[in-house]
Design a protein. Structure first.
Length: 277
């Protein structure tokens, strides 16, 4: 989302300095405290701030007050009064404050797929979306151990909310037992299994994947190792944070968080593509 849209959407959360009048009528400067402005801004003031933000977003050199006034059919005097009403010394201080706000929001933008997936390729994303579409009416299972199981459970619930028939690895074995009891064997079907494993060598996960593949399930894997056994068994492999192989307990381990971010971005792509069909 571009910065301008972000700014318009979050205008109620944009913090600007304001000055209060106390009950005695004395001016009480709140220093570096900030307050929400939704109910304080007039329509003209909103237009001015949005206009300034637009220029900042486009990377233009500092735009003067005369240009902002002309664009919004206002006088420079009214803009200066607006700045002072909001607690700024003048237009320059307001402009500087907005520049810092927007620069900060840019730094906090969430990671995109190219920065999250080490083996990123456009065809990989296309294949993921096509696979979910192809097996939309089938079942989706997740498998993982330890923290990977927690991530798998998150993926399961997220898919269920999106209308998929999603189950975790416990249900996978219950389902196999049910199928064998009902039909004498587990029938092949158009299902998908999401497998999560940092090392790609977690034996219970490998067992789940092997069972699933025997019955025609497609395997989508999130792992740190693209050369792992799990990756070789999978139909789609997303290598996440593969440059950092250490699992030392004293070091930050972003793998699990990155898997969730990657999955959310993938689902966004999936829905975008479906809406355009």
């Amino acid at each position: 989302m571009c910065l301008l849209l972000w700014f318009r959407f979050n205008l109620s959360f944009t913090t600007l300095k304001v000055m209060h009048k106390t009950c005695q009528g004395k001016e009480n400067v709140m220093g570096d405290n900030y307050f929400l402005l939704t109910n304080l801004l007039s329509e003209d003031e909103r237009k001015v701030i949005t206009s300034i933000a637009s220029h900042i977003e486009r990377g233009e050199k500092r735009v003067g007050i005369q240009q902002i006034a002309s664009e919004n059919f206002l006088s420079t005097t009214s803009i200066v009064k607006m700045c002072k009403r909001l607690g700024f010394d003048g237009y320059s201080e307001l402009y500087y404050h907005l520049s810092r706000q927007l620069a900060s929001s840019e730094e906090k933008k969430p990671k995109d797929l190219k920065s999250l997936i080490d083996n990123y390729d456009d065809t990989l994303i296309t294949r993921f979306c096509a696979l979910l579409m192809e097996r939309r009416s089938g079942k989706v299972f997740t498998t993982g151990e330890g923290f990977s199981n927690i991530v798998g459970t998150y993926i399961m619930h997220r898919l269920a909310i999106c209308g998929f028939k999603a189950f975790n690895n416990v249900h996978f074995y219950d389902y196999m037992v049910f199928q064998e009891a009902r039909h004498g064997t587990m029938r092949d079907e158009a299902a998908v299994m999401f497998a999560i494993s940092q090392s790609g060598e977690t034996e219970p996960v490998l067992n789940d994947v092997r069972h699933a593949k025997q019955h025609g399930h497609k395997i989508v894997t999130f792992t740190r190792r693209g050369d792992s056994t799990l990756a070789q068994l999978s139909d789609l492999v997303f290598v996440i944070d593969g440059a950092k192989q250490t699992l030392a307990g004293s070091l930050p381990n972003p793998f699990f968080g990155y898997v969730i971010l990657t999955f959310e971005n993938l689902m966004a792509r999936y829905f975008d593509q479906n809406e355009s069909v």
